[in-house]
Every structure is written in C-alpha cells, then in structure tokens.
Design a protein around this ligand. Structure first.
Ligand code: SAM
Length: 238
C-alpha cells in the first residue's frame, strides 16, 4: 500500500442531540478536506451548528441514488492522497444508510478505513430497552408492503435474540397491528425520538402498545424492538 493514499473515516453524527458528537468526530470533520454526505445542505447546516468552518472543504453528495457513481470518485480522491470523511444524515454511516459500497471498494484497494464510532439508533434503543442484549439481530427497515411485513414477522425466530427494526412513524400503527396478528405474545419496545426533547419508550405486547397509541398521530423517528419467548411460534395462518 502506498503511503500517499488518504484515509476513509466513517464518522457517526448525532441522531438528535448535538452534544452526542464525539470530540474525535469533531476533530476529523474539522481536519479532512473532503466530506461525503447524503445531503450537502443538511450536513452543511450540521457543520455550522457545530461551529465547524466549511471554508476550503469539499462536500460531496453520496446517497442511495448516486452511490454506485460516487464511490469510484471518492476512491479516486483517496488514492490521490486526500483524507475523506463519510457521514450520513444522522447516526452511523452504512447502517441502513449509504456507505457499504465505498467501504468495500476502499478495502479492495488497500485504502485505510477508520471508524469514528458514535450514535446509532439501533444500539441506543437496544441498550435502554430492558430487552436482552446478549444476542440481537438488526433487520433494518421493516418491509414497505404489508404482506411482506407480515411474512417478515412470522419468520422471526427466538434464536435471533432481540430483533431491531427501523419503522417510518406513519406506519407504526399498522406495523403493530400486523405484529399483534403474527406474534401476539412477543414483547415490544418502541423507542421514539431518541436523544431528543420528546424521547419516549413504550413497552408491552404489540396490542398493548397499539392501545397506548390510540388516538395519537405518531411523529418523529421510531426504532422498534421485538423479543420472542423461547417457545414462541406464530399462530396458524388464516
Ligand atoms: N444510520 C442511522 C443510525 O445509525 O441509526 C440510521 C439511519 S436510517 C435511514 C433512519 C431510521 O433510524 C429512522 O427512520 C428511525 O427508524 C431510526 N432512527 C434514527 N434516529 C432515531 C431516533 N432519534 N430515535 C429513534 N429512531 C431513530
């Protein structure tokens, strides 16, 4: 590996509370000449809120849609010796966010990849859930369509440990109804608006949580955790 290549830093950023940016993340974001980010306006605003000077720094759009095209460009910059940070809109890059392609390419080209760990909604929710943490399965976003989601819930197995899903808030009620049908006895924790002013945890069976949300329009960011008892099996399909 040439000594002249740059380093790719995967920088976790706050999922709500700006105080959660680590000093190391701040230093890297202050020092690197290139920051690849999902949304340049969003990250530009974050940098200015954090008091990090944008002058002389290049913000490069790197998101779901252009990831295939942008990964080689980022690799080219790294190969030319420039250090690059990758951030997502919130949390840890690559976790239900773009990042995997450029990290894999960097590894293939022998470019150093350095994680700058910090906030991640899945880990924050799990750690504070009260559900077992010794074994867990991160399943990313719930499937967008109801039929696929129901199958997803029926296929859950106790051996997966605590299962973690990201859920669009607008779908939470329906997702809980589907979970109540597929796994009525499971234990659920809904972690909403973590690290923000209206942070909330709802705990119970899917039906109990659904009942507590009745009449409310759920807003914000939601992480859903599901734990099955050892003998939990889905009811026979109708
Ligand atoms: N990379 C991010 C991470 O490390 O957590 C996750 C990005 S994913 C596109 C966004 C989803 O994460 C949201 O739809 C929500 O399900 C979850 N999420 C993000 N911030 C959250 C928060 N403050 N509270 C609860 N869930 C959150």
């Amino acid at each position: 590996m040439s000594q002249d290549v740059g380093t790719l830093y995967l920088v976790a950023t706050p999922i709500g509370n700006l105080e959660d940016l680590t000093p190391r993340a701040r230093r890297i974001l202050t020092d690197v000449p290139v920051i690849a980010c999902e949304d340049t306006r969003h990250t530009g605003l974050l940098l200015s809120r954090l008091g990090i000077d944008r002058a002389g720094r290049r913000l490069l759009a790197y998101h779901d849609v252009n990831e295939r095209r942008q990964a080689p460009i980022l690799i080219g910059l790294l190969q030319s010796g420039q250090d690059c940070a990758l951030v997502s809109d919130a949390g840890t890059p690559g976790i239900s966010d773009p990042g995997f392609r450029v990290v894999r390419a960097a590894r293939e080209f022998g470019i150093p990849v350095v994680p700058i760990p910090g906030p991640c909604a899945a880990v924050a929710a799990l750690s504070a859930s009260g559900l077992p943490t010794d074994r867990f399965t991160f399943l990313g976003f719930v499937a967008p369509k109801s039929a696929r989601r129901e199958r997803q819930f029926r296929e859950l197995r106790p051996s997966q440990g605590t299962c973690i899903f990201y859920v669009p808030a607008r779908n939470l009620g329906q997702v809980l109804d589907e979970l109540a049908a597929a796994r009525p006895g499971c234990r659920v924790v809904i972690a909403r608006e973590l690290t923000k002013v209206f942070e909330e945890f709802l705990i119970g069976t899917p039906a109990e949580c659904r009942g507590r949300l009745a009449g409310r329009s759920v807003k914000g960011e939601v992480t859903l955790l599901v734990h099955l008892a050892d003998d939990d099996a889905p009811p026979p399909e109708a």
